[in-house]
Write a protein that binds this ligand. Structure first.
Ligand code: MSP
Length: 511
């Protein structure tokens, strides 16, 4: 039986068009899902849309549509983006799915039956943009005197009857859990923020609203709809069949990794685990908060008009180069800036020059001088064995990096090997060996082909289509492309198809 691996993205609010920030979360999770599949895991990868609440209802009204018609339309656009980003998700959940109504109401009932829910009244501030409650003390006063949420979102004063979740009762247990499991929240700086917040004291949480209707009705009291975050967080278990804990997919709970943006870590690191504790369910093994992208130095926003449809970037640069750039350019966990100059620079240097040229040079020498057949390894020199050892270590090295979501470091390790390969080909000069020592030329080209096979195999999660083309050119059969297969060398004499360039160069300035 393969070990299981469950990875999730946040579910996206359907109040506007998908942008590069959404694509980023999706791609990061996809790389991990693909990596784990190649590493022998039984993977479940979930993404989807978050469709209830006042923010979405308001967006529907502004668009002159019913919430259902509006959410159907925008949810479809997120599904399209997921496909356009090459996502290998196993499921796409919508919080308007009947299965999700069932799961949310079942979770509610379970908490209520266990005595964790009581009826009270909420009096305080609410920010629709954040779908969050704020205390008076958390608000900030803008220079024009208007009070806003700490995120800058407008707030309104709300007084309404509300059900509460006894979240305060779980403060100590959650603190103890986070302290005992240093890997539970990453990166460390964010974990410390959560700890600081928890030490400040946890209050009970308002978990129902009465001012509007676009939500899941509270079981037994239909005047209330559930607070959208309660419904949203439940999606991660709905998708595994909750409340049926005998469902086939339930074996994937607890999740191995839940990726979120830094703005929504607190909901995932405080509300979600306390809800699970109250329901008697295990907590996810790890939450990781990534940073935010800006575009050419500016915050991404509709009003600035700089919302780039990720599909335009795919058209300009190709999907794999975009995926590579997003995970290579900034440390996962830190904020990053997208600029044309940065992407063109990376693609030309690292994809076209470093990797593309190494493959093209090696494979065309095999095509020209060895009748396009993979040569045997023969007797290896120290230079050969050092290079091969570095390439062979890649799956193990990457496993450790990616288990910490260190995508940039993982890619750097691969590029060290690629750069070493370029140094090797220059030093060994197989084009000169062709005359002086043809058997040695054959060995050098085999070493390079083996290096490229390892590199292309471990880069598949990042650049699935291009690496599949590279593996085709290296003569690797499609069913021999997972990490375990790297231990079996390809037979000497394997015929290779004619090599073709994989990564074009981009001219700076052109889109
Ligand atoms: N619906 C909630 C999540 C519920 S999960 C149970 C939500 N949706 S969102 O559409 O607003 O954001 C989805 C994800 O996109 C979040 O993780 C958020 O951090 C991420 N991003 C939104 N803008 C972003 C950038 N500019 N850069 C990087 N990620 C960004 O929050």
């Amino acid at each position: 039986m393969k070990p299981t691996y469950y990875v999730t993205t946040p579910i996206f609010y359907v109040n506007g068009a998908p942008h590069i920030g959404h694509a980023y979360t999706m791609i990061a999770a996809d790389v991990l899902a693909r990596f784990k599949r190649l590493d022998g895991y039984d993977v479940h990868f979930l993404t989807g849309t978050d469709e209830h609440g006042q923010k979405v209802e308001k967006a529907a009204i502004d668009a002159g549509m019913t919430p259902q018609a509006f959410t159907d339309q925008i949810s479809a656009s997120f599904r399209d983006i997921a496909a356009a980003m090459g996502l290998s998700n196993d499921d796409f959940i919508r919080t308007t799915d009947p299965r999700h109504h069932l799961a949310s109401q079942a979770l509610w009932t379970r908490l209520q039956d266990a005595g964790h829910i009581y009826l009270g009244g909420y009096e305080g501030w609410y920010a629709i943009r954040d779908e969050a409650f704020y205390d008076e003390g958390e608000l900030v006063t803008r220079p024009d005197g208007i009070k806003v949420a700490p995120t800058g979102a407008p707030v309104e004063f709300v007084t309404e009857p509300s059900y509460f979740f006894r979240m305060s009762a779980f403060q100590e247990r959650l603190l103890a859990h986070i302290e005992a499991h240093p890997e539970f929240i990453g990166p460390t700086a964010r974990r410390n923020e959560v700890l600081g917040f928890l030490r400040g004291g946890l209050k009970d949480l308002s978990i129902s609203r009465t001012g509007f209707r676009w939500g899941i009705p509270v079981p037994g009291d239909e005047a209330h709809v559930m607070y959208v975050w309660l419904d949203a967080l439940t999606n991660y278990i709905t998708a595994l069949g909750y409340p049926n804990e005998n469902a086939e997919l339930w074996r994937f709970w607890p999740a191995d990794l839940q990726i979120v943006g830094k703005d929504i870590l607190r909901f995932h690191a405080v509300i979600w685990p306390t809800l699970l504790m109250a329901a008697g369910l295990p907590l996810p093994k790890r939450l990781y908060a990534h940073g935010w992208w800006t575009i050419e130095g500016e915050k991404i926003s509709k009003s600035l008009g700089n919302v780039i449809d990720p599909r335009e970037l795919v058209q300009a640069y190709g999907l794999d180069p975009l995926r590579f750039f997003l995970l290579r350019e900034v440390t996962f966990g830190s904020d990053g800036d997208y600029s044309r100059k940065a992407i063109v620079g990376r693609l030309n240097t690292e994809l076209a020059n470093d990797l593309g040229n190494l493959a093209q040079r090696s494979l065309s020498l095999i095509a020209k001088n060895l009748e396009g057949r993979l040569p045997g390894r023969g007797v290896l020199s120290d230079d050969d064995t050092t290079l091969i050892a570095a390439a062979e270590a890649l799956p193990v090295v990457l496993r450790e990096k990616l288990d910490r979501q260190a995508f940039g470091e993982a890619l750097e390790e691969v590029w060290k090997v690629i750069r070493a390969g370029n140094g090797y080909i220059d030093r060994q000069a197989p084009w000169a060996l062709r005359r002086t020592d043809p058997p040695r030329m054959a060995v050098v080209l085999r070493v390079l082909a083996d290096l490229l096979r390892h590199v292309a195999t471990v880069l598949q999660p990042f650049m699935p289509t291009s690496m599949s083309r590279m593996l085709d050119q290296l003569g690797v059969p499609t069913d021999l492309r997972d990490f375990a297969q790297l231990r079996s060398p390809l037979p000497d004499g394997t015929p290779l198809p004619a090599p073709e360039g994989i990564f074009p160069r981009h001219v700076d300035g052109a889109a």
